[in-house]
Ligand binder design. Structure first.
Ligand SMILES: Cc1cc2nc3c(=O)[nH]c(=O)nc-3n(C[C@H](O)[C@H](O)[C@H](O)COP(=O)(O)OP(=O)(O)OC[C@H]3O[C@@H](n4cnc5c(N)ncnc54)[C@H](O)[C@@H]3O)c2cc1C
Length: 382
């Protein structure tokens, strides 16, 4: 496997970015025997991968990312064994509520569509089923769709655990080091320029989150990605009233009650991103709207006080699904970015799939819908 020595600044693979995707691809590549270098401009899990809601959700996934999501879920179930840390992962139902009959009808169509494709993880729930999972929910609910064996995990704990395991297998992480440019030398070896010198490898994976678009553009593969700052809030402790992760059709919301009784609220309403300064600012008016939505669905939430709110930086693709796979222009160049606020669950699966693709040239799942040139083709077709 080794084409470069794995010493000094040379390795088989350079990964740019130590979020969950960079760390996970590093881990699975090391498990395949590759020598791997990860370059991170800040620190491991500093951005979206450390501050997200921790939702481990197959429910409602776009069909294009469902094969990765399902594969990823299999890894989540054995995450403790894989990384020697339980990552705070808990199996828990993911449920989306319907407040109107037409939403319920859409959910029925979704379940039928998935079943026709051979997926059985999503299922319809009656109001009675719902009460069993979330007794405190408003009686305005007409039904729901659920993926009962999804779950949630602790984002920092998970990304650090994957990083630690990768490091124990020999992956070299350089934190506080910015990749300034990516180019190829005369014999086809990739060179990543940094303030500490040039790193070389026959393969490079760009897993730089919100900042990945600039690399793709510099390599002639520009994509429509925008800056996004999803927000979260956490409340004081309440008595246990919900053991599911809950969202609602037509409402930008997700929330869950943690084992310690606090409620973590997120889902959809963004703050202000500023990728130049690494900052994401939480803004109060949209947070207030999210708080109102929660109290309208769960009367008990009127007793809760918000103790903390934050926002994180994320890259959002024009079509809301990520870029995952090989470059269409350059041999040895790969991408995994643009997860559009739902890439945490996909982390382990994407890492495993990318490691296989980079090592063998073959992907175990169909990545065609996530290819980097899909926007160019769409533009031509229009
Ligand atoms: C508030 C919030 C809630 C969310 N909730 C969920 C959820 O419940 N479930 C879910 O599945 N997903 C969720 N997400 C989305 C999920 O967190 C992200 O999709 C995922 O973490 C993206 O991981 P990543 O590794 O691609 O990016 P990141 O975690 O952003 O990592 C990319 C890394 O690349 C580094 N980098 C960038 N440029 C360079 C450079 N030039 N040189 C070196 N390093 C560089 C960055 O510093 C960064 O550390 C949420 C996101 C947020 C912000």
């Amino acid at each position: 496997m080794s084409t470069l020595s794995g010493t000094g600044f040379s390795s088989d693979l350079i990964i740019i970015g130590a979020g969950i995707h960079g760390c996970s691809a590093a881990l699975f590549s090391a498990l395949r025997g590759m020598s791997v270098t990860v370059i991170e401009k800040d620190s491991v899990a500093r951005h979206a991968s450390g501050v997200n809601a921790g939702g481990v959700r197959r429910l409602g996934r776009h069909l294009a990312e469902l094969p990765i999501s399902v594969r990823s879920m299999e890894i989540w179930y054995r995450i403790a064994e894989l990384v020697d840390d339980d990552c705070g992962f808990q199996v828990s139902p993911q449920i989306k509520l319907a407040l109107r009959e037409e939403q319920l009808e859409q959910m029925r169509r979704r379940v039928a569509e998935l079943q026709a494709l051979g997926y059985d993880h999503e299922t319809m729930l009656t109001p009675a089923d719902l009460l069993a999972h979330i007794p405190g929910v408003t009686d305005r609910i007409v039904g729901a769709i659920g993926s009962l064996h999804d779950g949630f995990a602790q984002p920092y704990q998970t990304t650090f655990a994957i990083h630690r395991k990768a490091r124990s297998l020999g992956v070299r992480f350089y934190e506080g080091l910015r990749a300034e440019s990516v180019s190829r030398d005369g014999v086809g070896i990739w060179e990543v320029k940094t303030a500490q010198g040039i790193f070389r490898a026959p393969k490079v994976l760009v897993a730089a989150g919100l900042w990945a678009g600039a690399f793709a553009e510099s390599l002639g593969e520009a994509v429509p990605m925008s800056d996004y700052a999803p927000m979260m809030m956490v409340t004081t402790r309440l008595r246990p009233f919900c053991h599911a992760v809950v969202g609602a059709a037509g409402v930008p919301l997700s929330f869950k009650q943690m084992p310690n009784g606090t409620v973590v609220i997120g889902g959809g309403r963004p703050g202000l991103p500023d990728p130049e300064t690494n900052r994401a600012e939480a803004t109060f008016a949209p947070l207030r709207l999210s708080a109102r939505t929660v109290t309208s669905l769960f009367p008990i939430m009127a007793e809760a006080s918000i103790v903390r709110a934050w926002a994180g930086l994320e890259g959002r693709m024009a079509d809301e699904i990520p870029v995952v796979g090989a470059s269409k222009r350059h041999p040895g160049l790969y991408y995994a970015f643009g997860f559009s606020a739902h890439g945490f669950q996909l982390g382990p699966g994407t890492g495993e799939i990318m490691a296989e693709l980079m090592a063998t040239g073959q992907s175990p799942v169909d990545l065609a819908p996530l290819r980097i040139d899909r926007f160019g083709e769409l533009r031509q077709a229009a």
